[in-house]
Design a protein around this ligand. Sequence first.
Ligand SMILES: O=C(O)CCC(=O)C(=O)O
Ligand SMILES: [Fe+2]
Length: 176
Amino acid sequence: MNATTRNSRSTSPPRDDVIRCIENRALAFQGFDIPRSHLEPLQLVAYELGENYQHHTDWFESPSQTTAEVGGNRLTSFFVYVTAEDVTGGGTNFPMLDAPADERWCEFINCDEPWDAGVTFRPIPRNAVFWQNLKKDGTGDRATLHAGLPVTSGKKMGMNIWTRQGPLSELYRGKD
Ligand SMILES: O=C(O)CCC(=O)C(=O)O
Ligand SMILES: [Fe+2]
């Protein structure tokens, strides 16, 4: 991983009953048509003071990262805030999205930002942000550009749940 774009640390926990339960919930959320084999191994990400992940998309441009073995491109993303007690900063910013108008959203998104900053989700423990990375024609949606903003105090731990277009080979996904 390129240290200039990301300085948080990540790992994939081994698949046990708890991980399988989380996988099942992520699948159920997306309807009944996606098999488990399309899920990447879950990824935990830890951010300490000052750490961040600069603007990027979760979908790939490079054919070498979307081969049949890895299931093609990333269809959807969940980013789950696992722990974020006493964190300031550390929101997830989508600069190309328009902030919703209804004030009830302010519980979940930072309404103090300038309108041209897009939408920043607050890192609320046990909440998750879900989005679709690919357009109907299968090409990447540039509006999904996003960043993990710098953590300015405390620690944040998040979890990525990525669904590919097709099944991952056992080499990448591991045993069910
Ligand atoms: O830390 C965040 O808020 C977002 C992380 C992210 O986008 C990623 O790991 O791909
Ligand atoms: Fe991301």
